[in-house]
Structure formats: structure tokens, C-alpha cells
Design a protein around this ligand. Structure first.
Ligand code: ADP
Ligand code: ZN
Ligand code: ZN
Length: 752
């Protein structure tokens, strides 16, 4: 298509992307126009020469043709990073479905200049010997926060202030007291910019073992030959993947290029951050979701100027304006947090590979339990598969026992804890070792129902049952986990007036209560959505547990990720099969991942660990393969099921979700869309595209909005994009009432 008109933005920032100006394209240029290009234009009253970027191309003018100005020309001698990001936004819009505005909002930084923040570093103010003496004293006084900070300082020499505050949970008053005592010293970056480097570089790093070295050498040789691949590093937890990442970054840095490292925020622990600091000094910048827009913008400028060469952060760090991007690493690539909840609902893995293609960069995906998607692609030869099968420090993997809960019931055991697990817990308490109890999901937290009429108390705004809570509240209350609605718990059924109303099912609270009854002497911590509401809520609980302030930690999946607890030798997984019975196609994959990660928590230190998996379905292949930590067998089983049922990764699947305030209207709109879709497919005889639905999703109403879905499945991504494009055009030209919204979700990772 030769372009006639283009939409142009002058300024590259979040705030300016809705100020779009349309220009005409002279015929001589119309064959060469592409989204993302930098162009020269006449601007304003005086027609001064400015540069802008093309964000849209069309055949039709929005104004009278004669009133539009013509662009002067395309700037071809440079490809600025902005152009790359705009091109990426256009790709995301095409693949995932959204407006160009939404896509640009996703990739563009919020421009907010702040005074440069003063960077502070904490240093040890005494020598090592004195430090160790004071450490013993702190331990005697059970001053756990001081112990935590001093231990870290003795290990690392110097620590960034913000990291100690956020990740080690050290309060300002603790810093003050330790400064007064003369144990620590706080320096600002202005006084001594290199304080960090000098001390830290002396710390020793492990030598790569033969397996790691082989991978890094292969990477270096591909890279040297300008063969920019995508690698999938499948390595068991503790196999030394992080070391491989750091050495691969060294290769890229030697050519003066930059790297982006994505790590799920919850896995970006103090230890991990310090390892990167130690290796790269002030060459790295770490982004997190707690940063203000101004701080983030400040970091973005440093990246763009080339002041730093490595960006570490969660999903959105993918859009860091690296001017010479040579490598993108995605650690824990199977994690759900890499999928965006907002339109466009992009997956960081796919966008990373696309971006890497623009700038001749390599991609390394790493995981102990790769997504089926990635492992399948590796099998197809699309990615290069790398495997690390042994733990780097020769720790043995934990021993796993499966307990059949049906047999427990036959023995008359009605508690959450099998006899085997009860005994092991007792044993660990005797030995002073720690245990973790993991509940599969909060989804089965207690709901309230009436024993007379069977009514389950539901949220008035969502089609879900309310959850009973009595923690930290004066009176028990009922809460909706989807919209936050709350009401006081009343011990009388609203339907039939019976007083036989109560809670059923079980949640982390009930498990904790039962543990307290079984082991009155044990110190127990609980971690779930209720106990981690505060800003640093879950860091605080985890560091208290790491400090040995409790014998048992009870929690939901939050306790499973990241974090090393060397003193944990027992992990109990209650009702392991529960998440297998949710209705979405990824249930098996998610359960395998959770079980493997949970098992990986046991025996991280010098002591070997035991894992107990309690289940009603002990022969289920997912339970069996997870117990043996056998990813390949799990994969073979799971992929066979996906093939049989035409699910991703064999087929691409798009969910089209329509929401609206009126149930009838929502229903009507989705039927219209499916009909329109069927017609399109008939005329085009696209036999390969399957439509399923429309149907009501598992939760038919959230926050007073009714929800309806249908599914599109096809093997061919190009067909998928074609169908989605036409649906977008169809909905635009058949405008419904204002309350109707349409969402697209390609290869969804959660239930609809
Ligand atoms: P992963 O990222 O695969 O979980 P890590 O890179 O975090 O593994 O390594 C796990 C532990 O093993 C870390 O404490 C790390 O310092 C150590 N380690 C990694 N590689 C080596 C090695 N070659 N020799 C000794 N220890 C190593
Ligand atoms: Zn009732
Ligand atoms: Zn609700």
C-alpha cells in the first residue's frame, strides 16, 4: 500500500502521544513510508522545521485535504531508539489487539523530570574483627534487624541504602542507632562516587563449572559470528543460571552494547541484586514498581545516554530506551507476571524476541520449569535449548513423599495434616529446623453457606462467593476478592432466616489455627493476601522467617518463589491437586510449576530436605512427575493433551471478551460478533480457523459488568491477526452503547 496520509507525533513521551498531527505524503515518498520513521515536517504558524515520528498511516484525510501540510522528508541516516519503540508498539497493536494509543502508552516513558536523587551507600565503619564481635552481641540481644544488616555488610562490604531499606527491611531508626554506635557509616554518592565499586569488586565470585562454561562459550561464539539467537536455558533451581546470565552480559558489554534483564519482582531478592551489583558495579540500574515516574524517567535518561549498560527490572523494563541493545534476558520465563493485564495484553517473551530482531540482539530465556510454549519452540528448533541438570554447589535435590489423602480419611484423620506430615513437623521442631506449609491457592478460602436452604453468600457485584475473614478485624466480615466489597458477617441467612449459617472449605487461617492446636509451643508465621497488605508486608514476613523468628511459615503461592531459607528442611504441600481441577487448559502446567518450586524450597542449605505432597489424586501424571522433578515426562504428557485438544502451543488461541452493564445487550453484542466472524470466514474459506462460543465465562459478572467470551483458534498467526483485524473494524463500524467494551487476549494465561 502506498501511503497518502500519516499521523505524526512531535514529542516522544507518554503525555504527548495523544497530540497527533496529520500530514500529507508527497507521491515520491509514499512507497517508503513506515511506522516509526523519523520525518522532517513544517510545524506551527511559521512552518518552522521540526522532526516527528510516524505513528499511523491511512488512505483518508481527517480534515480537508487542502488544509493538510506535506512532510519534507524521511530521515534515513539514523534509527533512533524512539523509532524502534514506536515500531514495537505498532507490532503489539497488530498482534495483541488494542488501539495505537494504548500501545504507545505501554512503551513510552512518563516524562517527569525530578531533581536527581542522592544515592546513599551504607559502609561498615569498623574492621572485620570488631564487626564480628558486634554481630555476636546483636545476636545475644536478639536484635534481628541489626544482625541482618551487619551480616550483609560483613559479606558485601557496602550496600546501597535503598536496597537495605526495601529488601532487608531495615528501619530508619535502626540505621540511626547503628550510625551512633559507630558500626556503620552512610555516604552519599556526591562524597564518594566509587565507594561501592572499590570494596565490592574484591568480593569473590564462583568460577564457572564446565557445564556453565560450555554455554557461555557457545554464546560468545554465536555472538562473535553475529548469529543472534534465542536460547532457552532449562536449569534446575540452583544450577547456576544467574552466573550464566552475567557472563553472557560480559560478552555483550565487551562490544560496548547494552543488556536488559527481566526478573519477576518477587524473585528480585537482596542476594540477587547484590550479585549483579558485585559483578557490574555502577553499570547497572535496577527498576522496580515502587519507583516514582520521575525516578524512572531519570534512570531512563541515564540508559539512553549510555551512562549505564544493564537494566534490571520487571516486565516494563523491556521498554527501556537502550540505544544499542545487544541482549535481553528473561529469568523465570514461565511466570504469569510477564503477561500484561492491560491492553495490549502482551507477553514480554514475545515482545522481547520482536524487539531483539530490530536491534540485532540475542535473547536468553531461563527457567527450572519452562513454559510449554518455549519448550515446544525449542523442540521445533526455533530456540536453542540449553540444559543444566545439576545444582552448581552439589546440593542434592530433596526427597519427596506422596501422601494419599483418601487413605488418611479412612484412618479417621480429618485434619489438614496427614499423620506422616504431623510426625515430620514434630521432628523438625525437636531439631530446631524450619518448615514451610504451602496451601495451593487462596481460591478455596472459606465461603459462607446456609445449611438449611443451601444458599452461598455471594458478592452483589460479582458472580463469586464472598470469603470469610476474622483476622485483624473486630467483627468477622465477608470480603470479595474480585472487587474488594465487604460486609459484616451476620449469623442469619438472608434467604430463609435460619441461623445454621457458617463457613465451609478452608483457608490459610484455618490451617494456621490447626497448627497452633497441634503444636502449641511452635512459633508460626502466616503469609497470604491478608497479612501482606502493607508496602513491605511480605518482605517483612520473609525476613522475619529467614531470621529464625518462627519455626513454621504457612502461606499461599507467595511463599514459593525466590528466597533461600537454608534452615528449611521440610516443605508440606496441602491438597496439591486442588489447582488441577480448575477449568483452564494451563492448570496442569501451573500446578507442576508450583509443586516444583515449592519442593525447591527444601534443603537449600547444608541440610537435606524432605517434601510431603498431600493429594486426593496420587496417580495423576502431574503429581507423579512433579514428585520426581521430571520435567521431560511432564512435558510429554502435557503436550499430548494440548495436541489432542488443539490448545496452545500447538494452536494459537485468542479470547474475545465483551463486557457491558446490561446482560441482554452484552449477550446480543457477542452473538453479533460471532455471526460477523462466521460470515467473514465463509467468504474467505479460511478453514483453518475455528470459532468456539459464545459462552459465559466461569465468572459471569465482575464489578457489575456482565462478561461473555468466545474463542478463536488457528495454527496460523497471520490468519489470527487477519480475523482479529476484521473484528476490530467490525466493532468500530457497528458502534454499540458506551458501556460495551471488547478485549482481546492472545494465548491467555488465566481463566475466563
Ligand atoms: P539459579 O539461578 O539456576 O537458581 P544460581 O546462579 O543462583 O542458580 O546459583 C545457585 C547457587 O550456586 C548460588 O549461591 C551461586 O553462587 C552458586 N554457584 C553458581 N555457579 C557456581 C559455580 N560454578 N561454582 C560454585 N558455586 C556456584
Ligand atoms: Zn438459608
Ligand atoms: Zn465483588
Amino acid at each position: 500500500m502506498s501511503a497518502k496520509y500519516v499521523d505524526i507525533i512531535i514529542d516522544i513521551s507518554h503525555e504527548a502521544i495523544d497530540r497527533v498531527f496529520q500530514y500529507k505524503v508527497p507521491e515520491t515518498l509514499s512507497e517508503h513510508i513506515q511506522i516509526g520513521q523519523k520525518v522532517e515536517i513544517p510545524f506551527g504558524k511559521g512552518n518552522s522545521r521540526r522532526t516527528g515520528y510516524i505513528v499511523g498511516i491511512s488512505d483518508n484525510p481527517k480534515w480537508e485535504d487542502s488544509k493538510l501540510k506535506e512532510i519534507h522528508g524521511i530521515i534515513t541516516n539514523e534509527v533512533p531508539v524512539e523509532a524502534e519503540l514506536i515500531r514495537l508498539a505498532a507490532w503489539m497493536r497488530d498482534v495483541y489487539g488494542s488501539t495505537m494509543y494504548q500501545a504507545l502508552q505501554t512503551v513510552m516513558p512518563v516524562k517527569k523530570v525530578i531533581r536527581p536523587v542522592e544515592k546513599k551507600t551504607i559502609l561498615l565503619a569498623v574492621d572485620e574483627q570488631e564487626g564480628n564481635l558486634r554481630l555476636m552481641e546483636y545476636r545475644r540481644n536478639k536484635n534481628t534487624a541489626k544482625v541482618r544488616l551487619l551480616e550483609a555488610l560483613l559479606e558485601h562490604g557496602a550496600i546501597p541504602y535503598s536496597l537495605a531499606k526495601d529488601k532487608l527491611n531495615i528501619s530508619v531508626s535502626t540505621f540511626d542507632r547503628m550510625t551512633e554506635e559507630g558500626t556503620i557509616r552512610i555516604e552519599s554518592s556526591k562524597q564518594d562516587r566509587n565507594a561501592m565499586n572499590v570494596r565490592v569488586l574484591q568480593a569473590k565470585e564462583p568460577e564457572l563449572n564446565a557445564d556453565q562454561k560450555a554455554l557461555v562459550e557457545e554464546f560468545a561464539s554465536d555472538y562473535g559470528a553475529q548469529d543472534y539467537k534465542t536460547y532457552l536455558l532449562h536449569g534446575v533451581t540452583g544450577s547456576g543460571k544467574t552466573e550464566v546470565y552475567m557472563h553472557a552480559i560480559d560478552v555483550v558489554r565487551r562490544e560496548g552494547r547494552q543488556a536488559i534483564v527481566l526478573i519477576p519482582e518477587i524473585a528480585l531478592t537482596f542476594q540477587t541484586v547484590m550479585r549483579f551489583q558485585r559483578h557490574f558495579g555502577d553499570q547497572i540500574t535496577i527498576l522496580n514498581s515502587r519507583m516514582s515516574d520521575g525516578e524512572r524517567y531519570d534512570q531512563y535518561k541515564r540508559i539512553q545516554n549510555g551512562e549505564v549498560s544493564i537494566v534490571i527490572g520487571p516486565r516494563s523494563a523491556l521498554f527501556a530506551p537502550c540505544t544499542d541493545l545487544g541482549l535481553i534476558i528473561i529469568d523465570e520465563e514461565h511466570e504469569n507476571s510477564y503477561k500484561s493485564d492491560n491492553l495490549p495484553k502482551y507477553h514480554a517473551r514475545e515482545v522481547a524476541i520482536e524487539r531483539a530482531g530490530y536491534s540485532h540482539a540475542s535473547v536468553i530465556l531461563g527457567s527450572a520449569t519452562p513454559s510449554l510454549q518455549s519448550y515446544y519452540k525449542a523442540g521445533q528448533g526455533e530456540y536453542r535449548l540449553w540444559e543444566l541438570t545439576k545444582r552448581a554447589n552439589d546440593q542434592v535435590l530433596p526427597e519427596v513423599q506422596i501422601v494419599d489423602l483418601r487413605e488418611e480419611l479412612q484412618k479417621g484423620n480429618r485434619s489438614h495434616f496427614s499423620y506422616a506430615l504431623q510426625e515430620l513437623l514434630y521432628d523438625r521442631l525437636q531439631k530446631g529446623q524450619q518448615s514451610m506449609i504451602f496451601m495451593n491457592r487462596r481460591g478455596y478460602a472459606s465461603f459462607v453457606s446456609c445449611r438449611s436452604c443451601g444458599t452461598v453468600v455471594q458478592c452483589p457485584h460479582c458472580q463469586v462467593s464472598l470469603t470469610y475473614h476474622d483476622h485483624n478485624t473486630a467483627v468477622p466480615k465477608l470480603v470479595c476478592h474480585y472487587c474488594g466489597y465487604e460486609e459484616a458477617f451476620v449469623k442469619q441467612c438472608k434467604q430463609c432466616g435460619s441461623k445454621l449459617i457458617g463457613r465451609f472449605g478452608s483457608g490459610t487461617q484455618m490451617v494456621e489455627a490447626e497448627l497452633r492446636e497441634l503444636y502449641p509451643q511452635a512459633k508460626i508465621l502466616r503469609m497470604d493476601a491478608d497479612t501482606t497488605k502493607g508496602k513491605h508486608g511480605h518482605e517483612a514476613i520473609l525476613s522475619a522467617f529467614a531470621d529464625g523468628q518462627a519455626d513454621i511459615l504457612v502461606g499461599t503461592q507467595m511463599i514459593v518463589k525466590g528466597h533461600d531459607f537454608p534452615n528449611v528442611t521440610l516443605v508440606g504441600i496441602l491438597a496439591a491437586d486442588l489447582s488441577l481441577h480448575s477449568q483452564d487448559y494451563m492448570a496442569g502446567e501451573r500446578t507442576f510449576d508450583l509443586l516444583t518450586q515449592a519442593a525447591g524450597r527444601a534443603g537449600r542449605g547444608a541440610l537435606t530436605g524432605t517434601v510431603v505432597i498431600q493429594t486426593y489424586d496420587p496417580d495423576h501424571p502431574v503429581i507423579q512427575t512433579a514428585a520426581m522433578q521430571d520435567y521431560k515426562s511432564f512435558y510429554e504428557n502435557e503436550i499430548a493433551y494440548r495436541v489432542a485438544l488443539k490448545y496452545p502451543p500447538i494452536y494459537h488461541m485468542m479470547v474475545v471478551l465483551v463486557t457491558g452493564t446490561g446482560e441482554a445487550e452484552t449477550e446480543h453484542v457477542i452473538h453479533d460478533m460471532v455471526d460477523a466472524c462466521r460470515k467473514l470466514l465463509q467468504t474467505d474459506t479460511e478453514q483453518s480457523v475455528h470459532l468456539i462460543g459464545p459462552t459465559t465465562p466461569v465468572i459471569g459478572k465482575i464489578k457489575d459488568l456482565y462478561r461473555r467470551v468466545f474463542y478463536i483458534r488457528t495454527k496460523d498467526m497471520a490468519d489470527m491477526i487477519k480475523v482479529k483485524d476484521r473484528l476490530e473494524t467490525y466493532t468500530e463500524s457497528n458502534k454499540q452503547s458506551d458501556s460495551i467494551r471488547v478485549y482481546y487476549d492472545l494465548n491467555p494465561m488465566n481463566i475466563y
